[in-house]
Design a protein around this ligand. Sequence first.
Ligand SMILES: NC(=O)C1=CN([C@@H]2O[C@H](COP(=O)(O)OP(=O)(O)OC[C@H]3O[C@@H](n4cnc5c(N)ncnc54)[C@H](OP(=O)(O)O)[C@@H]3O)[C@@H](O)[C@H]2O)C=CC1
Ligand SMILES: O=C(O)C1=N[C@H](C(=O)O)C[C@H](O)C1
Length: 244
Amino acid sequence: MTAVAVIGAAGRMGRATVDAVEAAGDLTLSASIGRNDDLVAGLEGADVAVVMTGPEGVDDIVATCVEQGVHAVVGTTGWTGPGLAKVRAALEKSPSTGVLLAPNFALGAVLLMRFAAEAAKHFESVEVVELHHPNKADAPSGTARHTAEQIAAARREAGVGPSPDATTASLDGARGADVEGVRVHSVRLRGLVAHEEVLLGGPGEQLTIRHDSFDRISFMPGVLLAVRQIANRPGLVQGLEHYL
Ligand SMILES: NC(=O)C1=CN([C@@H]2O[C@H](COP(=O)(O)OP(=O)(O)OC[C@H]3O[C@@H](n4cnc5c(N)ncnc54)[C@H](OP(=O)(O)O)[C@@H]3O)[C@@H](O)[C@H]2O)C=CC1
Ligand SMILES: O=C(O)C1=N[C@H](C(=O)O)C[C@H](O)C1
C-alpha cells in the first residue's frame, strides 16, 4: 500500500483527490492537510504527498516534502522561477526523492499540448485561449503557459518565425500575455471549469484544438498515475507527459 498525504485537502482539487485516493485499492490516505495543520507532522508515514494548495507558499511546502523524503505530486500552478530554485536546492540534498510539477493531470489536456506543438510547426499564426471558473488565482493558467512554452520550443526547433501581428496601437492587455512569443488570453467566467483552445491560422484556413474539463474528476486518473509512478522517478519532472 502506498500512503498518500493530500495537502490543500479542503479545496476543490484536494477534495477530489481525497475521494480518488480513498477509492483506490492500492492506496491509503495517511493525512488530509489544511492551511492550519502542522505540515511536518502530517507528512509522517506518507510515501507520497499530493499538493493541491493555492500558489502562495507552495514552494516551501514542496521543499518541506522533499526534506522529509516524501515524493511530491504537485498540481498547484502559478509559481515559477525563485520558487523552483528552492525545490531544486532541496532535491540536491535528497536526490532519491521525486517531484512532479504537472500543470494539468487530464489526459486530454496533455494530448492537446502535444498536438498543438506539432501543428504549430506548420501554421503561420498561433494563439492560446484559456477559459476558467472565476475563483482561479493565477492567470494565465499553468496549462496555457506550458502549452505556449511547448509551442514556442517546437517552432524554434522547426525554424518557424513569430506569428504575424501588425498591431501598433492597443489598450493594455488587449493582445493578451506574451509567453515566449506566443499570445495567451485568459477568460474567467462563472459556470466554467477548465478549458483551453489553441487557434492556428494559415492562408485561407484555421485549425482549432480544444480541450474541456467539465468536472474535476477528469484530473484524477492522471493524479493516481503520478502517485503510483513517482517513486521510480527521482528528481524534478515538469509535465505529466513525461510519465505517459
Ligand atoms: N494540475 C492540475 O491538473 C490542476 C491544477 N489545479 C491547480 O490546483 C490548485 C488548487 O486549485 P483549487 O483546488 O481549485 O483551489 P482551492 O482554492 O479550492 O483549494 C486550495 C486549498 O489549499 C488550501 N491551502 C492554501 N494554503 C495552504 C497551505 N499552506 N497548507 C495547506 N493547505 C493550504 C486552501 O485553504 P484556504 O481556503 O484556507 O486558503 C484551499 O483549501 C490551483 O493552483 C489550481 O490552478 C487545479 C485543477 C487541476
Ligand atoms: O485552477 C484550475 O481550475 C486549473 N488549474 C490548472 C491550470 O492552471 O492550468 C489546470 C486546469 O486548467 C484547472
